[in-house]
Design a protein around this ligand. Structure first.
Ligand SMILES: Nc1ncnc2c1ncn2[C@@H]1O[C@H](COP(=O)(O)OP(=O)(O)OP(=O)(O)O)[C@@H](O)[C@H]1O
Ligand SMILES: [Mg+2]
Length: 252
C-alpha cells in the first residue's frame, strides 16, 4: 500500500474469508483515511458485512492482515479491538429493549471507561462521568427528550439513532456503520444522514449503505464490492462514472 501511513486509520491487506466453498471476501485490500467517511457499496451478498466482521475481528481471517494505525490487529480479540477505539453499529438493531434510552447509552459509556460489564448495577456510583458522557451523546443525537423512554416503545427511526448514540458512547476513533438507514422512512433517513454528517471529520467513519444518494452526499471515498472482490475505489464522482460499477451494482 502506497498511502501515507500517518493518515491511515485502518488498513487491510489481502483479506480472505471462505464459508465452505463460498468465498465471501476475496483478497480485499483497503485503506481508510483518518477523519474521513468511506462508504462500501455493493449488491446483497457482496461481502460487505463479512468485511466488517473481519475488520472488527468478530470473524477469524483465513488470510490477510489488518492494521489499526501502525498496530497489527490481525490476531487480537474483538473486545481488544473495540477497546482500541473501533466501534460498530450493527445492521440489525442491538440495543436492550427493556431498558431506557439513557440506560442503554450509559452502559456503553460505562464500559468504555473500563467498568465491569457484569457488575454495572453495583459500580454505577463510582463512574459519575459515564452519566455525563451518556447525556452528551444523547444530546448530540437529539435524543435527550426521550432519554427516559423504554427502548421497546421507540419508533424504528429513534432505535437506529439510539444505536448510533450507543456507538458514540464507546468513545471510538473509528465508527463502522452497517446500513444505518435500512428500513427507515425518507424523513427518518434524512435525520440519520444529518447526524452522520455532524460526526464527520471528528471520527473516521466506514459506512455500508444501500441508499446511493446518501452515499454520494456523505462520502469522501467509496469502495464498491461484488461477489467478495473490490470492483472499484474512488471519489463519489469517479464511482458515479465507472462502467464496471454500473454493471455490478445497478445491473445495467
Ligand atoms: N456466517 C456465515 N456462514 C455462512 N455463509 C455466510 C455467513 N455470513 C455471510 N455468508 C455468506 O457470505 C456472502 C457475503 O455475505 P455478506 O453478509 O457479507 O453480504 P453483504 O454484502 O453484507 O450483503 P447484504 O447487502 O445483503 O447485507 C453471502 O453469500 C452470504 O451468504
Ligand atoms: Mg450486510
Amino acid at each position: 500500500m502506497t498511502a501515507d501511513i500517518d493518515g491511515i486509520a485502518l488498513a487491510a491487506e489481502g483479506l480472505c474469508k471462505r464459508f465452505g466453498g463460498n468465498t465471501a471476501v476475496d483478497r480485499v485490500s483497503i485503506a481508510f483515511a483518518k477523519g474521513r467517511l468511506h462508504s462500501i457499496l455493493g449488491p446483497n451478498g457482496a461481502g460487505k458485512t463479512t468485511l466488517f466482521n473481519l475488520l472488527t475481528r468478530d470473524l477469524l481471517l483465513d488470510s490477510g492482515t489488518i492494521r489499526l494505525g501502525t498496530t497489527d490487529i490481525s490476531r487480537l480479540t474483538p473486545d481488544r479491538v473495540a477497546r482500541m477505539g473501533v466501534a460498530r453499529s450493527y445492521q440489525i438493531s442491538s440495543v436492550y429493549p427493556d431498558m431506557s434510552v439513557r440506560e442503554n447509552v450509559w452502559i456503553a459509556a460505562y464500559r468504555a471507561r473500563g467498568g465491569n460489564p457484569f457488575a454495572f448495577w453495583r459500580q454505577a456510583t463510582s463512574f459519575p462521568e459515564a452519566g455525563q458522557w451518556a447525556d452528551t451523546c444523547l444530546s448530540r443525537l437529539g435524543l435527550s427528550e426521550i432519554a427516559d423512554v423504554s427502548v421497546k416503545e421507540l419508533s424504528y427511526g429513534d432505535q437506529r439513532l439510539l444505536e448510533l448514540s450507543v456507538t458514540l458512547a464507546c468513545a471510538p476513533q473509528i465508527i463502522l456503520l452497517d446500513e444505518p438507514t435500512a428500513g427507515l422512512s425518507r424523513k427518518e433517513a434524512e435525520r440519520v444522514k444529518r447526524v452522520i454528517m455532524s460526526l464527520k471529520g471528528e471520527f473516521s467513519i466506514i459506512m455500508i449503505e444501500h441508499n446511493v444518494g446518501i452515499v454520494m452526499d456523505l462520502s469522501d471515498s467509496i469502495t464498491v464490492m461484488n461477489r467478495g472482490v473490490v470492483v472499484a475505489q474512488g471519489s463519489p464522482d469517479e464511482i458515479r462514472g465507472n462502467r464496471d460499477v454500473q454493471e455490478a451494482y445497478f445491473g445495467s
